[in-house]
Design a protein around this ligand. Structure first.
Ligand SMILES: C[S@@+](CC[C@H](N)C(=O)[O-])C[C@H]1O[C@@H](n2cnc3c(N)ncnc32)[C@H](O)[C@@H]1O
Length: 215
């Protein structure tokens, strides 16, 4: 089964997916490099995920989207964050595209925003909001103490331990000079697996329904 991981980061969400061919799309070559080392069997494409999905969505049965969350995060309103900026509504472009044009099962992940979400989410788990066209059965994986404030190399080690994802490189996310940010961006692999398993359960249920109707 061919599945997509879009705005893939280092692939926390997809690290424990099984019995599928994963194509991951990430536009930052350094982050994509770490993804490939951590997930050697996945195909990693360095490209714009929005364009890639528009052109290739029909070739995949499942798509997971994790558009960047920084411009939606409550941190935008934190006092130390002094720059007023627009939220990035590509998040909603993706949800509407999936709702109307994508025939596969899909899930879009983001954070709890500082404003009322423009499209009502399907599920909230821990700090994540999800929009999807299948039922998600998953429990929160508790995050470690000081999750938001960890910013040192020791913090990087702690986060790698929590996620079970280990690499030596120090890679910064955009202009953020924090070695922990690309790890903080991750969905925990155990949560990613539970959600992927919900998708598998959902398609199996669909197949059983079709069989019982004798189609
Ligand atoms: C929230 S992180 C993804 C985290 C990932 N789901 C995980 O669990 O590890 C979002 C990622 O999207 C990437 N990104 C941002 N804009 C992109 C674009 N237009 N095309 C592809 N990737 C993009 C960023 O570099 C970042 O690594």
């Amino acid at each position: 089964m061919k599945v997509l991981n879009l705005c893939a980061g280092i692939g926390g969400n997809s690290h424990k997916w099984e019995n599928c061919e994963v194509t991951a799309v990430e536009n930052d070559p350094k982050i994509a490099g770490i993804y490939q080392k951590l997930n050697p069997t996945h195909t990693v494409v360095i490209a714009d995920a929005y364009e890639y999905f528009k052109d290739n969505h029909q070739n995949f049965e499942f798509a997971w989207w994790s558009p960047p969350c920084q411009k939606h995060s409550k941190m935008m309103k934190a006092t130390r964050h002094k720059v007023a900026d627009y939220p990035d509504f590509k998040l909603y472009e993706v949800i509407v595209f999936c709702q109307h044009f994508y025939k596969g099962k899909w899930i879009v992940e983001n954070v709890m925003p500082y404003y009322q979400p423009l499209i009502h989410p399907t599920k909230k788990i821990g700090r994540h909001l999800f929009w999807s066209n299948f039922e998600i059965e998953a429990d929160e994986v508790k995050q470690p103490k000081g999750f938001i404030t960890k910013s040192s190399l020791q913090g990087k080690k702690d986060m790698m331990e929590w996620l079970g994802l280990h690499f030596n490189e120090v890679v910064y996310y955009k202009k953020n000079h924090c070695p922990v940010q690309i790890l903080r961006n991750c969905v925990h692999p155990d949560l990613g697996k539970q959600i992927f398993d919900s998708f598998i359960k959902n398609i199996n249920n669909d197949k059983n329904k079709i069989q019982s109707l004798g189609c």
